[in-house]
Write a protein that binds this ligand. Structure first.
Ligand SMILES: [Fe+2]
Ligand SMILES: [Fe+2]
Length: 187
């Protein structure tokens, strides 16, 4: 399991732990990480650890699979608590913003960190899983509006539909930041 996920679970604030939801559960979080990685390859100033952390945390505080509009704010509160308890994170404010406002927002504002838009786009490109084709007007980054990204998102959904297992968190992390050791601050 992801160390960051373990930290979050230990906080006692997670209402959507692994295994609870098929729509907003662990396969979705991994798909967001993999899509974010794909978008980051084509985007300047992208930060893979930022994207990985968003993918792990953003839906942990859902209370249901419906219109739970406050789940982003609750997940951001959880993350802020981890930082307050010593979790080292160089862009904590930007990540907290990305988590808090990922629900129902349009494109990311132009004046926020580029990784905010990358994370929201990676989440939206996962809408194939509920039968929704992601529309370009709601996507922030140029990378997400390409046929390549859309095709990759569709391929990931088909893989889940066929019950093919996604990579483990360790495998995803090794791809996303291979030069860092597996310490608590690097996960
Ligand atoms: Fe969400
Ligand atoms: Fe999500």
């Amino acid at each position: 399991m992801s160390h960051l996920l373990e930290l979050a679970l230990a906080s006692g604030r997670v209402t959507n732990p692994p295994g609870r939801s098929s729509l907003h559960g662990e396969d979705h979080w991994k798909s967001v990480a993999l899509l974010g990685l794909e978008l980051a390859r084509h985007t300047r100033r992208s930060d893979l650890r930022f994207i990985y952390s968003f993918a792990v945390l953003h839906d942990l505080c859902r209370e249901n699979d419906g219109d739970d509009l406050q789940h982003g704010l609750r997940a951001a509160h959880l993350f802020d608590g981890l930082v307050a308890d010593g979790y080292e994170c160089p862009w904590a404010a930007d990540l907290s913003y990305a988590i808090a406002h990922h629900v129902g927002s349009g494109r990311a504002p132009a004046d926020v960190d580029v990784n905010v838009g990358l994370c929201w786009d990676a989440d939206r490109l996962n809408l194939w899983r509920v039968g929704i084709r992601p529309h370009n007007e709601y996507l922030t980054t140029r990378a997400a509006r390409t046929k390549q990204a859309q095709s990759y998102a569709l391929m990931l959904w088909l893989r889940r539909y066929e019950n093919e297992p996604l990579p483990s968190w360790d495998e995803i992390r090794e791809v996303m930041y291979p030069c860092q050791t597996m310490t608590s601050t690097a996960s």
